[in-house]
Every structure is written in structure tokens, then in C-alpha cells.
Design a protein around this ligand. Structure first.
Ligand SMILES: Nc1nc2c(c(=O)[nH]1)N[C@H]1C(S)=C(S)[C@@H](COP(=O)(O)O)O[C@H]1N2
Ligand SMILES: [Mo]
Length: 259
């Protein structure tokens, strides 16, 4: 006992007290820091309205950085979505919501509006699009609601569309925005996914013109993304470095919605 005391001047009880003091002290400091950070986040401004579901700006910045990190890690322009023999495509094609594409439409009257970088507008008819090289694609279409189906679509590759209509300057911004003619449904697509070689401006399903409920006369088919991004009945296409408005992202769904 005596020897012990000489080696270590603190008694066991004193040691425990000191440890307790230290642990509670650290606990308190960390707790205060956590509370401070929460308060800071709580009082920091909301993110820009109308693009995503509405969180705090600093949190959204962090989420966006995380997203870009994983996109760089996983997205590869040379990576192709699996395709299937045409016989495997569904004859009874599943149908989902029709926001912005429920009314009847005359394909002859319809025109695709493209807003160029200099704000000038291109008006493109369906016939002009149909004259160009058609690409057929049979792939597994996936809806976030939990269904998928092998489907056969045909149309103009988005990248061929960009090239044919001289949209080189427009390919530089980070995003493409697509909207229905009535502006009721709209999506934002990151440029690498838009110019992916399996992304189509589709005007055919199972070799026939698109039926009303599948996006007549022209829809986006983007196999690297979930169904929500496959906008039916394209009216207007825009280009920007800021994220274009996105219908489901505004409801809290993932903006990127990639597979
Ligand atoms: N204009 C428009 N496009 C849309 C939608 C919509 O409601 N309106 N729904 C999306 C969703 S959630 C899915 S799963 C697919 C479904 O396409 P389909 O009806 O051809 O199966 O379209 C997408 N494109
Ligand atoms: Mo969907």
C-alpha cells in the first residue's frame, strides 16, 4: 500500500473522480457543439425553392457533393444498359401517370421547341425528326414504384439530335430541361446521361407510332434512369448550368434518379 502510494500519488477514488470529470467534460463540450451545429443548420437559409423538396442550403450542398462523388464513381458513358432480343419485349406495355400528356394531340400540329443558348428558338416537326437515323432499343424499363418491364422503343438518339441540329454550344452546359407542351410535367437531366448513346427521343413503341398514353408524339427514353425521368410528350427542351425544375424532385424524390 505504501509502495503504491509512492509510485502514484492519486488514490483509486481520486482517479475515478478525475476520469468522470474528464468524460463528462468531453461529453458536455461535444453535446454543446452538436447542439450548436444543429442550431446553425436549423437557422441557415432554405435551398433555392422549386428544384428539390426544400431542405437547408448547407445540407443540400453536402448532399449534392455526395451525389457528384458517387456519380463520378459509378457513371461511365461507355457503360451500356443491358439490352434484350426484340421477341422478349412486352406486347402489353405498362402504363403509368399522364401528367401533362393526357389530352389528345395532333402529331402534325405538334412541334418540338428548342431554346438555344442565345435564346433563339428552333421549331422542329416530327417529320424532320423521323427523317434522321432511327435507333431501336429493347431494355428493362424501371419505375421507382417497383415495377419493371422489357420494352421496345425506337427513335432518334439524343446525341444525334444535338449533332444534327448544331447544338454544340448547348451541349456544354451541365443540364438539359424537358417539359410537356402545357408545362405540367418537367424533368432535369444531367448532360452525360442525356448524351449517353442509349438515350432516345422516341417516337415508336413496338415499331408503331407512340400511342397517346405512352407519350405521343415524342417522349424521352433514358435507360440509365428511372421511369420518372422518361418524360412523355416533349414540348420544350432547354439547356442550363443550374438544375432545371424537376416535377418529382420537388416532391422529394432523388434529383439524379439514376440506376
Ligand atoms: N408527361 C409525363 N411523363 C411521364 C409521367 C407523367 O406523369 N407525365 N410519368 C413518368 C413515370 S413515373 C413513369 S414510370 C413513366 C411511365 O411511362 P409509361 O406510362 O409509358 O409506362 O413515364 C414517366 N413520364
Ligand atoms: Mo414511375
Amino acid at each position: 500500500m505504501k509502495k503504491n502510494k509512492l509510485n502514484n500519488p492519486l488514490t483509486l477514488e481520486q482517479k475515478i473522480k478525475r476520469r468522470n470529470f474528464l468524460s463528462f467534460g468531453i461529453f458536455g463540450v461535444l453535446g454543446a457543439a452538436a447542439y450548436g451545429s444543429w442550431k446553425w443548420l436549423y437557422h441557415s437559409p432554405e435551398e433555392t425553392a422549386g428544384i428539390t423538396a426544400g431542405t437547408k442550403a448547407p445540407l443540400r450542398r453536402a448532399l449534392n457533393k455526395t451525389e457528384i462523388f458517387f456519380r463520378r464513381l459509378t457513371f461511365n458513358e461507355n457503360h451500356m444498359v443491358k439490352t434484350y432480343p426484340v421477341e422478349m419485349a412486352a406486347k402489353q406495355v405498362r402504363h403509368n401517370s399522364d401528367i401533362g400528356s393526357e389530352d389528345e394531340i395532333d402529331s402534325e400540329q405538334w412541334q418540338l421547341k428548342v431554346i438555344r443558348k442565345d435564346k433563339s428558338q428552333l421549331n422542329i416537326s416530327l417529320n424532320e425528326i423521323k427523317k434522321l437515323q432511327k435507333t431501336d432499343l429493347v431494355f428493362d424499363f424501371k419505375c421507382v414504384e417497383g415495377w419493371d418491364q422489357i420494352q421496345h422503343w425506337g427513335g432518334l438518339r439524343f446525341r444525334d439530335f444535338m449533332e444534327h441540329f448544331g447544338l454544340e454550344e448547348e451541349a456544354k452546359p451541365s443540364y438539359v430541361g424537358l417539359m410537356t407542351p402545357d408545362k405540367e410535367y418537367y424533368v432535369g437531366i444531367d448532360m452525360p446521361s442525356a448524351v449517353h448513346s442509349q438515350t432516345l427521343l422516341a417516337y415508336e413503341m413496338n415499331g408503331n407510332p407512340l400511342p397517346e398514353q405512352h407519350g405521343k408524339p415524342l417522349r424521352l427514353i433514358i435507360p440509365v434512369k428511372y421511369g420518372i425521368k422518361n418524360l412523355k410528350r416533349v414540348g420544350t427542351i432547354t439547356f442550363s448550368d443550374q438544375r432545371p425544375p424537376d416535377y418529382w424532385a420537388e416532391q422529394g424524390y432523388d434529383y439524379y434518379s439514376g440506376l
